[in-house]
Design a protein around this ligand. Structure first.
Ligand SMILES: [Mg+2]
Length: 121
């Protein structure tokens, strides 16, 4: 069973994604802010992380950077950045920070699922 961490401070998004992913037979852990997201990534060793950018404590960009630089998080999970920010700059900085994909909110669950399948199967 592939493992996914969903990190977002928007509880309704966490709820929707968690139900969707469990229904697709993924093992899911959710985090409402960046510090617990990092803790779960370290302990749960997910195959993929769905990461909000604007989150309390540690933001999504910072998490991407930590995952790509700190060897204690190896093997580095695939990262899908999910954000309401629309600027091209955000897309660039996300990929520069190590994100594998960028999906804009409001998102379509079909797009999220097909991107996950593309990245981890
Ligand atoms: Mg947020």
């Amino acid at each position: 069973m592939k493992k996914i961490v969903v990190a977002d401070d928007d509880r309704s998004i966490v709820k929707i994604l968690s139900a969707l992913l469990k229904h697709e037979n993924y093992q899911v852990k959710t985090a409402p802010e960046g510090a617990s997201a990092l803790k779960y990534i370290k302990e749960f060793k997910p195959d993929l992380v769905i990461l909000d950018i604007m989150m309390p404590i540690i933001d999504g960009y910072h998490i991407c950077k930590i995952l790509s630089e700190d060897t204690q998080y190896e093997p580095v999970p695939k990262i899908i950045v999910l954000t309401a920010r629309k600027e091209e700059w955000d897309r660039r900085i996300s990929s520069f920070a190590g994100a594998d994909a960028f999906i804009q909110k409001p998102f379509n669950t079909t797009d999220v699922l097909s991107k996950i399948k593309e990245l981890i199967g």
